[in-house]
Design a protein around this ligand. Structure first.
Ligand code: 5GP
Ligand code: MG
Length: 199
């Protein structure tokens, strides 16, 4: 799998090396364990309504929702799902400005909402979304993020919601694969890679 990116990645004028952080099997296993934990917490609430943040969360969301339905068949039979398309990234640095490309189809009022995010970097995207969802008065709100960069968090943790399920904490590096792109590329690689400058 690592051989796909053996030649590295050209980011503007810089040639970056790609190092595999999490392989496909490791991602699947962590998502299964995360789904067991989440399904346990939602069993007593009796339902879950997922809000997937496009595009980066596509693969994570699909894997997590299938695993949730497998972990708890009753939850699987009643689960509902919506998507919202937000963008804040250009190149490898956050702009801090969150653009809404497309909105939810349904209100989250009265629902037990689980936001599914690819990665929490500065947390700005998530804090904007959480505030917007809370204004619609959901019955509860939690977040599932595959990756989180604790060193880069730039908003108060309370703004990300009371419950945040995290797949893996990583360093401040830029990552690609499993939904995460650089300039539209690499989203459909089944592993996650960190990019580092070659000096
Ligand atoms: P924020 O800084 O608002 O937490 O992150 C905004 C969005 O930028 C994330 O949802 C994700 O889509 C994207 N992003 C953040 N860090 C990375 C990264 O390391 N790689 C890629 N490909 N996207 C990232
Ligand atoms: Mg995202």
């Amino acid at each position: 799998m690592a051989s796909i990116l053996e030649a590295g990645v050209q980011v503007g004028d810089t040639h970056m090396a790609a190092r595999e952080l999490f392989g496909s099997a490791q991602l699947q296993e962590r998502i299964r364990v995360l789904a067991d934990e989440i399904a346990g917490d939602y069993a007593e609430r009796g339902s879950v309504h997922t809000v997937t943040v496009l595009n980066g969360s596509l693969h994570f969301s699909s894997a997590l929702r299938l695993a949730l339905a497998e972990a708890n068949a009753d939850l699987g039979a009643t689960m509902t799902s919506d998507t919202i398309h937000l963008a804040s990234y250009h190149g490898t640095g956050s702009t801090g400005e969150v653009k809404k490309i497309s909105d939810l189809t349904h209100s989250v009022e009265g629902k037990h909402v689980l936001v599914i995010e690819d990665i929490i970097d500065t947390g700005k995207t998530l804090s904007v979304l959480v505030a917007e969802l809370l204004a619609q008065r959901p019955a509860s709100l939690a977040v599932a993020a595959l990756l989180r960069k604790p060193e880069k968090l730039a908003v108060p943790a309370e703004e990300l919601g009371k419950t945040v399920y995290v797949g893996f904490d990583i360093g401040p590096e830029f990552v690609i694969g499993y939904g995460l792109d650089y300039d539209g590329l690499y989203r459909d690689l089944s592993a996650i890679y960190a990019l580092a400058s070659v000096s």
